[in-house]
Ligand binder design. Structure first.
Ligand code: IDC
Length: 465
């Protein structure tokens, strides 16, 4: 919002009047400016805690009032500290208290509050200090999560699994055992029937230690020479990769990679058999997430929901506390690729707790209209991008760096977890490793394709858990 000079002058006059300081004519106008660092330090179902650091970039103040606007009308300040807090509509105000009224030039004040929320909990906007817009805001990523003071500080070097333990769905996010929001970033295998040789000690060490991946998605195709041809072999291989991920402190997404035919009900019996087995075998582990249908296509949301409501109880019977991810219509596009959108899920959700919904994208094929769907849907549905490509939906074609960056920035902002297709040396541009890498055994930076280098640069940055 742009404020008029008159409004600024009025705001200054109000402050000066309220603090009893005489407004003297000056040769130069007072320097004004501020910066606000807003950090969500903890979140849980229906609530959150935020820290607000105000830095005065102008002349000294002897009384101040910070205002900001919650973009989601469901957000409310419940209890604040280090200021007198109030809220009117979506606008919250924090006024200085007696002991922190004076804010010298360059000085900071640390405030905070716990709030309630009914939805996505986006970061507020339009921060003003004494009516002056805080353009010095560094723009912390929305819902940036730093270690809350109320729980143990994560030890640097701890693995994602050690830091977060058993995951659960909290509101629209994934949370660790201490209820801190967790965004998992990692890689998907290619089809195990073709690229099993790419998943060995050296490649998985590189993924955990060099890529700093939080998760390995284990893509077990059901058709195309996959699970249906040899259930015991595929089941064992999935289990062994769960163990390999666990040993390295990574989460494992067990992906029942249905693709053709697109109706998951075609594989309903196989899914029940497979998930009963892997859920029983891995029930005591904390690193397993179940993805029950990769990309439903040519099928209604009602049919997918019916499938989910038959498979989820099988998993829960054996492994009650694990998160389950449900595929969506139109190749897990939340229906967009079929001309629909997220409302079909919002209005008719799967009848189960502790679940998330799948969204997939290929950056060169799926752009703004898919991104706006995800931004909208993320306020209402827990989403997990269990698969995305930097290229076109064929798995080939040119890498689209701009679209990939826009997508990953959005997912980071929304704290949505993701896995990239693929950690393999397939001869296609979506693969992260150059052809021949897996036979050679060197998984260092020289092995990376253009896509691999880009994705690794995003995944390997420090986690904020
Ligand atoms: C593609 C592989 C390709 C393989 C094909 C087989 O990249 O090597 O021949 O599957 O069906 C998806 C699917 C995923 C696709 C990928 C790229 O989940 O199985 O992998 N993709 O086409 N959805 C959108 C794109």
């Amino acid at each position: 919002m742009k404020r008029s000079t008159a409004a600024l002058a009025a705001a200054c006059a109000t402050i000066l009047a309220s603090t009893g300081v005489l407004l003297m004519p000056r040769a130069e106008a007072a320097v004004q400016g501020c910066r606000v660092d807003y950090t969500v330090t903890n979140q849980w179902q229906g609530g959150f805690q935020a820290g607000v650091k105000i830095t005065n970039l102008g002349d000294a103040l002897s009384g101040w009032s910070l205002r900001f606007t919650f973009p989601d009308s469901g957000q409310k300040v419940a209890q604040g500290w280090n200021a007198t807090w109030s809220q009117s509509g979506a606008t919250a105000t924090a006024a200085s208290t007696d002991w922190n009224r004076t804010l010298a030039s360059g000085a900071s004040a640390d405030l905070g509050f716990t709030g309630t929320t009914t939805g996505a909990n986006p970061v507020p906007t339009a921060f003003t200090l004494n009516g002056v817009t805080c353009t010095g805001t560094t723009g912390p990523a929305p819902t940036t999560t730093t270690p809350p003071t109320t729980t143990t500080t994560p030890t640097p070097g701890r693995t994602p699994l050690a830091a977060n333990g058993q995951l659960h769905v909290c509101g629209v996010h994934l949370c660790g055992e201490s209820n801190r929001v967790v965004q998992l970033r990692g890689m998907s295998t290619h089809g195990l029937q073709w690229f099993d040789g790419c998943y060995n000690d050296a490649s998985l060490n590189a993924l955990a230690n060099d890529w700093h991946a939080d998760l390995l998605r284990i893509a077990m195709y059901v058709q195309e020479q996959g699970y249906e041809t040899n259930p015991p072999w595929f089941t064992n291989r999935v289990n062994s990769l769960v163990d390999e991920a666990e040993e390295r402190g990574m989460y494992a997404v067990i992906d029942f990679h249905t693709l053709t035919p697109g109706d998951p009900n075609y594989n309903l019996d196989r899914a029940k058999t497979f998930f009963a087995s892997v859920a029983a075998r891995n029930a005591a582990k904390k690193n397993v997430i179940y993805e029950i249908a990769n990309e439903p296509n040519g099928v209604s949301w009602g049919a997918i929901k019916s499938y989910a409501e038959q498979v989820i109880p099988v998993i829960r019977a054996a492994d009650p506390d694990a998160v389950v991810i449900v595929g969506t219509r139109g190749w897990s596009s939340l229906g967009v690729s079929d001309g629909s959108n997220e409302t079909e899920v919002v209005n008719n959700p799967v009848n189960a707790a502790n679940i998330m919904y799948t969204f997939h994208f290929y950056a060169a094929s799926h752009k703004d209209n898919y991104r706006s769907t995800v931004s909208r849907a993320a306020a209402k549905l827990p989403l997990f991008v269990t698969e995305f490509g930097t290229v076109s939906a064929t798995g080939g074609g040119a890498l689209d760096q701009a679209s990939t960056t826009a997508w990953l920035d959005l997912l980071d902002q929304l704290k949505i977890g993701y896995a990239n297709w693929t950690y393999s040396d397939a001869n296609e541009s979506s693969a992260a490793l150059r052809p021949g890498t897996c036979a050679g055994g060197d998984y260092g930076s020289g092995a990376l394709t253009e896509s691999g280098a880009l994705v690794r640069s995003r995944i390997s940055t420090a986690d904020d858990f």
